[in-house]
Design a binder for this molecule. Structure first.
Ligand code: GLU
Length: 463
């Protein structure tokens, strides 16, 4: 195959959402699989809704997901002159014409067609008038009047559209700006795009774009239209379903590899495999096996995927990623080694970095402000429980060094020497240390806290 060149073409009218992110991932993977190029084009021609801050945010999300792009960023607003060169070429070749019909006149033509039970369309009245440029005039393509536009969609298979459906498409608006379809064709051609993968909300634009390619005598790229992502109830995906911008998932402590893996699987498959390294995705993703049916977003599976990647990460890396969330939770800066130790103890218990950071709270606040879960305190800080805590404080004082092995031996010794059962001692101890009946292995918790903090907790609970 000749070089594969793909692009992602977001409109900067909002942050990057998961639907767009998935399209971007597919485009990126296709290019990387074939050793080709992946470009990024900012479709910012909607001047009212496009904002630089959204472009910046989209780029930040792309970088966070690890989707690097080749070459310069392209902004459509900087290319109006280029698009108009192509419009002029079509005019010179007699493939397009000036049209002086006002929007009201065009609407009346549509109404007339509708009244006759026909498809509403422009009636072509300026086609052969030979008008030149002028105030209020747009340029229309002389769309072929008979025939079909046929393309073999990478996702949906062969799609055929009768040209009668297409109308004489406006390619330059009366204000001099090229239209969306015109700009996209020129850009995709100029950028050497071989494969256009995009959301299927654009599938109706594709035949229009193909007639423009053909009028210009340009080769037509391959198209693939991926279905929308649906909510778990198979309705249009919305915030209510947990569908948010990529940046919100990032702020919630998802790992980029988890979001990426989850989104790729939503619409593409490779046997039954669920989890893929980036290297595997690049190896396996060749633009086939894209599912033509819309997939439903499943927040629980995304969490599962994230939990998996949290468990896979080297502890030092997980600690570094969790550090900002610890600070954000108001727990301050924690030394990397101690943070790694916390991650080791708690990572099986959290599905995202934010929850992981929060799970450290009982071990990072000073004894005097540790919060007790009322129910657990009432149940375990009984007279007997307090007596054990008092005695344990004395037992542990003697541990030297104050480490896991010594603490474990001391705790087991206390239980055995007094003819007790572990379950009489562990619950008050756990509640005293953590504030509730949760957390990691007791000797580990105590070793982490250190002598001072540990004894302060036992004394406070015993009092
Ligand atoms: N700018 C369009 C969008 O954000 C993408 C168009 C395309 O990929 O051709 O939906």
């Amino acid at each position: 195959m000749s070089e594969v060149v793909t692009r992602f073409a977001p409109s900067p009218t909002g942050h990057l959402h998961i639907g767009g992110a998935r399209t971007a991932i597919f485009c990126w993977l296709l290019a990387r699989h074939f050793g080709g190029r992946f470009h990024l084009r900012i479709e910012d021609t909607d001047l009212l809704r496009s904002k630089q801050e959204y472009t910046d945010s989209i780029l930040a999300s792309m970088r966070w997901l690890g989707l690097d792009w080749d070459g310069e960023l392209i902004y459509q607003t900087q290319r109006a002159a280029l698009y108009n060169q192509y419009v002029d070429r079509l005019l010179e070749d007699g493939k397009a014409y000036w049209c002086s019909c006002t929007p009201e006149e065009v609407e009346a033509m549509r109404e007339e067609a509708r009244a006759k039970g026909l498809k509403p369309r422009y009636n072509g009245c300026c086609r052969e008038r030979g008008l030149g440029p002028g105030e209020g005039r747009c340029v229309r393509l002389k769309t072929p009047q008979v025939g079909r536009v046929v393309f073999d969609d990478l996702v949906k298979g062969v799609i055929a559209v009768d040209v009668a459906e297409l109308d004489d498409i406006v390619i330059r608006r009366a204000d001099g700006m090229p239209t969306y379809n015109m700009a996209v064709v020129v850009d995709d051609h100029e950028m050497g795009i071989t494969h256009v993968l995009r959301g299927d909300d654009h599938v109706s634009n594709t035949p229009r774009q193909i007639v423009i390619y053909e009028a210009l005598g340009l080769s037509v790229p391959r198209f693939g239209h991926v279905p929308m992502i649906l909510g778990p109830d198979r309705q249009k995906l919305s915030k209510r379903h947990g569908a948010r911008a990529v940046i919100e998932y990032q702020n919630d402590g998802l790992l980029p590899q988890a979001l990426l893996n989850y989104l790729v699987r939503l619409g593409w498959s490779h046997g039954n495999q669920e989890l893929f390294s980036m290297e595997e995705l690049v190896r396996f993703f060749d633009g086939t096996s894209l599912n033509p049916a819309a997939a439903a977003f499943d927040p629980a599976k995304l969490e599962w995927c994230n939990a998996h990647y949290m468990r896979e990460l080297p502890l030092s890396e997980l600690a570094a990623l969790t550090a900002p969330f610890v600070v954000q939770a108001g727990l301050g800066e924690v030394e990397p080694d101690r943070l790694a130790e916390l991650c080791r103890m708690f990572r099986e218990r959290a599905n995202n970095l934010k929850a992981l950071a929060e799970s450290f709270r009982p071990l990072l606040v000073p004894a005097e402000i540790l919060e007790y879960a009322e129910k657990d305190a009432a149940k375990h800080f009984t007279e007997a429980g307090k007596n054990h805590l008092h005695a344990l404080a004395q037992t542990f004082t003697a541990c030297e060094p104050f480490d896991h092995a010594n603490l474990e031996a001391a705790l087991n010794g206390y239980v055995a020497d007094n003819g007790l059962k572990f379950k009489e001692v562990a619950p008050p101890l756990r509640t005293a240390l953590m504030g509730f009946m949760g957390g990691a292995h007791l000797p580990e918790i105590m070793a982490f806290l250190g002598r001072e903090e540990c004894l302060a907790r036992l004394r406070r609970a015993a009092a």
